[in-house]
Design a protein around this ligand. Structure first.
Ligand SMILES: *[C@@H]1O[C@H](CO)[C@@H](O)[C@H](O)[C@H]1NC(C)=O
Length: 539
């Protein structure tokens, strides 16, 4: 839960900072909305479900299925029932029930859901079902177990007692099983970082006919390529982090930090800087697996008996992305607090306001929010003499857009605008939507927490799983965008590796820029000086 703690710290910081800005006064005028670059922002219409929990009529009932007229619970799905009649072996109604409401699956036993995933000669599960169940089934059983059971059922249901006949029958269904495994490997490749998954895949390759075997081998090769790209990415991120951590000692006193180049010496064009930030965001986003959203929350669930699987960290790309947000906030604060001259600090603030504005225009809400967060950190916010030299009109409009009040309603409207622009885009630049990521995680977290995964009768609340899948699949569309801007290696390198101040160092640098204003600040400076500079002298 370390990740969650960090996300909530971020959100709390944002709440605190923005509300303090609001308290200062600031009359936001209606021009705020006319600044919106998205062609047709729809009026904000809160969704009916916004606070309610998916899971109709189940929340207060206890087990009994006394339900409305159009809700039906079937013993098993039709396909399985047909299958049971046809082969007369093994497959019976013992898979439990599936409940539908207006033809959409609302709840079912885990057994029935697993069975629903298993293809037969004349049945293949619906694509949205495959995605939804593969995504969320990990709340109930680890992927390895699901895969084993699906493959086993697929083979078993063909059994007649005659070995040769079984083989022929299995070959008839095999193309569909291969299709299912292909969807699995392409949408959730990281599940296959588990050797047991790979072994199961190999086993199936041995079982299928020659034509399917080729398909399986190609699928496996694509999978291995994806996984090795992931491995390289993880190593690269780890290496960059080492570089970023390497030289912080030189920053501890302002004199020494004067030798560090500042952002303006690397890039003084806010458009270019916003574009490079967008590169970093999209790079990191592209490596997050859809299952990481669910896995973050699955760990504490009733999976005590699956410790082996969940002990390994399965959300590292998501964590790396959240760390990037924090890094960018601290980088902005460091750049502002470091210069000795007030004029120089003011110029940097103005520069970052322009960068933030451009991030907003691009649809890069995550960098935008990180920059706003950096500007509102207390070491920056207290630099009153510096802020007095800055024209903050543009910044106030941006803050208003990202205002947390009413559940971030302004931001959600802007996000919807960006999403619509993306859907009708003619250029890849218009396709870009980068959500404020911590909020996305928070929404998914509350959806998961606020809703029981199981109903009192032991069935799985599938309406909740549909809703989780909806939110995650929206993210998958955003993740696909190819960043259209030119890469500027030097700037990228600077953004991801240049040393940044810690919180204490920021405070000290801030006091060195504009001296303490009261006794509390004086005490704080004294203790920071002795602890930080003392440590520096020792190293
Ligand atoms: C905030 O809005 C989101 C998206 O509409 C919704 O999922 C969430 O439940 C809302 N949270 C609260 C506390 O109302």
């Amino acid at each position: 839960m370390e990740l969650l703690k960090r996300i909530f710290t971020t959100l709390v910081t944002i709440f605190a900072s923005v509300s303090s800005v609001n308290a200062k006064e600031h009359h936001y005028t209606s021009c705020a909305l006319s600044e919106n670059p998205y062609s047709s922002p729809q009026p904000y219409s809160p969704r009916q479900h916004s606070t309610s929990c998916p899971g109709r009529a189940h929340r207060h009932t206890s087990g009994s299925s006394g339900s409305s007229s159009d809700q039906s619970c079937r013993n098993n799905n039709n396909v399985a029932a047909a299958k049971a009649r046809f082969y007369g072996h093994g497959v019976t109604t013992s898979y439990g029930e599936m409940c539908y409401h207006d033809n959409s699956l609302v709840s079912a036993s885990l057994e029935a859901l697993i069975q629903h995933l298993v293809p037969t000669v004349d049945y293949y599960p619906d694509r949205s079902y495959v995605f939804t169940f593969l995504l969320s089934s990990r709340l109930f059983l680890p992927p390895y177990e699901l895969m084993t059971r699906v493959c086993h059922l697929c083979v078993e249901q063909q059994r007649s007692g005659d070995a040769l006949l079984d083989k022929i029958r299995f070959r008839e269904v095999a193309p569909k099983l291969v299709q299912l495994l292909t969807e699995w490997t392409e949408t959730f490749p990281y599940d296959f970082r588990d050797e047991r998954m790979m072994r199961c895949l190999k086993d199936m390759t041995l079982h299928v006919a020659r034509g399917d075997e080729v398909t399986m081998q190609q699928m496996t090769q694509r999978l291995i390529k994806r996984l090795s790209a992931l491995g390289q990415y993880e190593e690269a991120v780890a290496a960059l982090n080492v570089v970023a951590m390497e030289r912080p000692a030189s920053l501890k006193s302002k004199q020494a930090s004067a030798q560090r180049s500042d952002v303006l010496s690397v890039c003084d064009d806010p458009f270019v800087l916003a574009q490079q930030l967008t590169h970093i965001e999209l790079d990191r986003l592209s490596f997050i697996g859809p299952e990481e959203f669910i896995q973050t929350f699955a760990m504490k669930d009733p999976l005590e008996n699956h410790k082996g699987f969940f002990r390994k960290r399965k959300t590292s790309n998501l964590e790396a992305y959240v760390s990037w947000f924090n890094r960018l906030s601290y980088l902005v604060a460091t750049e502002i607090c470091m210069p000795m001259k007030k004029k120089h600090r003011a110029r940097i603030i103005e520069f970052f306001i322009d960068v933030a504005q451009e991030c907003f225009n691009i649809g890069n809400f995550n960098s935008l929010m990180a920059i706003i967060t950096g500007m509102n950190m207390s070491p920056v916010a207290r630099l009153k003499k510096t802020w007095n030299k800055v024209n903050t009109d543009k910044f106030e409009i941006l803050e208003h857009q990202m205002d947390p009040s009413s559940n971030f309603s302004n931001y959600r409207t802007a996000l919807r605008g960006a999403t619509q622009r993306s859907e009708t885009a003619h250029s890849s630049q218009e396709k870009i939507v980068i959500p404020f990521f911590s909020l996305l995680i928070k929404d998914i977290y509350f959806l998961n927490e606020g809703c029981a995964s199981r109903l009192p009768n032991g069935h799985i609340n599938f309406e909740k799983l549909w809703e989780l899948a909806k939110q995650v699949s929206e993210f998958l569309v955003w993740r696909q965008v190819v960043c259209p801007f030119d890469r500027e290696r030097r700037i990228l390198q600077y953004l991801v590796t240049t040393p940044i101040f810690t919180e204490d160092e920021l405070h000290l640098a801030s006091y060195e820029s504009e001296g303490p204003e009261n006794n509390m600040e004086k005490d704080s400076r004294r203790s920071l000086r002795s602890s930080l500079l003392h440590r520096e002298n020792r190293t």
